[in-house]
Design a protein around this ligand. Structure first.
Ligand code: ZN
Length: 492
């Protein structure tokens, strides 16, 4: 690999050189959505961060197997081992079958991530599709002595596990503190210790989502699915595990414990990466307080907290202006500034084909390109890449004004690097387009159309040149004729 990448490992709390277990292959697992409601903005931001990581690893030559699961059973309302299943509850409220809820919100999730130009994962497994494997892994953990059966449910024995393995290492919690902070068990409890968590839960008579198991009819606990699906598709040890900061404890801590207890090894994941939280106007997003927006609200601009609508590219650009490991606050000023900044980059990109080149250069294009890579190599630092793209835009504008000289080679290099980072790695695009390759095709076709129009004008065939202009207008594309040739943009 030409690029030396460094990542912030949540497990060691250090910035480490990224050395995959089996290069050029990279295994990456990201905890996916629980499909019982519309995708929240925080969730979208988190998946967008891993989309960038996936894109960059691929760009620098790794063959990434990216697994992002769908949680469609076992995630209970209180995020622990009590309460109703989130999906079953929603099914009751909407008077649908649980699997109709799963389908409805999985479709909705896919629509949103497609709109925001996220590349689909290589494998998107579901928890309900892996019930038998979850039973097998639970049996293995019982067999190894780290889980026990109680009244048709199976619980993980945290205390016993922590005698051999470092429970709490990822989240930086220690077992004694956890123990003293936990509630006391009452006589009714099936758990031996309040820190124990469910691997399998007995289904009450009213519970619709149920499967047969060696312990009776029931359903898997929330954490076991990720241990099963990550090890099934990526092996007992793999490179990257990602998710939102809120999943670090208990979800990821429990995942590690399950993997270690089942396979009796203590290193299931080499690099743990966590995306940080999103706030809205300086406060935690909360539906009940009214301080809450969905991706759709930003796109429509119709919510009372919104002053206008924003494009998917502008919203994506706004998210990328903060490092994935930092919190980000959504404000209307911030969104507007992002939209403005993005327009500057989009406008600069459109100027590139019309630049006049010289035989001498007054810039160091290679140094600029290296800065772009250096930014991404520093734990996928998107804000720094964006700063470099603005520097690229500055060069383009300065060349247009004549204050900077660029050779033909410079322009080719600038175009390639700008395209790699803007379209392919950051996943941005021009307005009216969904981005990526499609944008390149449209750009190429438009250049061809404008060239043909220019040829017609040179031949004084104004009938043809006007026809081209009018037809483009019908497609809401406006052609601008200037001294240095023609350019085009979308009519808003
Ligand atoms: Zn997970």
């Amino acid at each position: 690999m030409k690029q030396e990448l460094y990542v912030n490992n949540s497990l060691t709390r250090k910035k480490e050189k990224f050395t995959p277990l089996n290069p050029p292959f990279v295994g990456m697992y990201v905890c996916g959505p629980t499909v019982y409601n519309d995708v929240h903005l925080g969730t979208l931001r988190s998946f967008m961060s891993f989309d960038i990581i996936f894109r960059y690893l691929t760009h620098i030559g790794y063959k990434v197997r990216y697994v992002r699961n769908i949680t469609d059973v076992g995630h209970l309302v209180d995020d622990a081992d009590e309460g109703e299943d989130k999906i079953a509850k929603r099914a009751r409220l909407e008077q649908l079958e649980p699997m109709e809820i799963v389908q409805k919100y999985t479709n909705g999730f896919h629509d949103v991530v497609r709109k925001f130009n996220l590349i689909p994962p290589s494998i998107e497994p579901t928890a309900t599709g892996h019930i038998s494997e979850q039973i097998v892994m639970t049996e293995k953990i019982i067999e190894n002595g780290y889980a026990y059966v109680a009244n048709g449910s199976v619980y993980f024995d945290v205390k016993k596990y922590s005698e051999k393995f470092p429970y709490g290492a990822l989240s930086g919690r220690n077992i004694d503190e956890l123990q003293s902070g936990s509630r006391d068990l009452d006589g009714q409890d099936e758990k031996r210790n309040p820190l124990d968590f469910a691997l399998w839960k007995k289904a009450q008579p009213e519970h619709i989502m149920r499967w047969p198991s060696p312990w009776g009819e029931g359903f898997p606990g929330w954490h076991i699915e990720c241990s099963v699906m990550s090890s099934k598709y990526l092996g007992l040890q793999f490179d990257i595990h990602g998710g939102g900061m809120d999943l670090k404890f208990p979800h990821h801590e429990c995942e590690i414990a399950q993997n270690c207890a089942a396979h009796l090894r203590n290193d299931p994941v080499k690099y743990w990466l966590h995306g940080n939280m999103l706030t809205l106007n300086g406060k935690k997003m909360s539906k009940s307080d009214g301080n809450f927006l969905l991706p759709e609200d930003l796109l429509s601009g119709e919510h009372e907290l919104m002053d206008k609508s924003y494009s998917t590219h502008a919203i994506r650009f706004f998210f990328l202006q903060a490092h994935y490991g930092s919190t980000l606050d959504i404000t209307m000023d911030g969104l507007q500034a992002a939209e403005k900044g993005l327009r500057r980059l989009q406008a600069a990109w459109k100027e590139l084909p019309g630049l006049t080149t010289s035989s001498k250069t007054s810039v160091d294009m290679n140094a600029w390109k290296n800065e772009c890579y250096a930014a991404m190599n520093d734990d996928f630092n998107c804000p720094m890449v964006i700063a470099q793209l603005f520097e690229g835009a500055r060069m383009i504008n300065a060349c247009k004004e004549g204050s900077v000289s660029l050779t033909a080679e410079d322009v080719t290099g600038l175009k390639q690097c700008f395209s790699d980072f803007f379209f392919d790695i950051l996943g941005l695009g021009l307005e009216g387009e969904t981005g990526g390759k499609q944008q390149e095709t449209v750009g190429g076709l438009m250049n061809m159309v404008l060239e043909m129009r220019m040829m017609a004008r040179t031949k004084k065939d104004f009938e043809t040149s006007d026809l081209i202009r009018d037809r483009l207008n019908e497609l809401k594309i406006v052609v601008k004729d200037g001294k240095e040739g023609s350019s085009w943009e979308y009519l808003n």
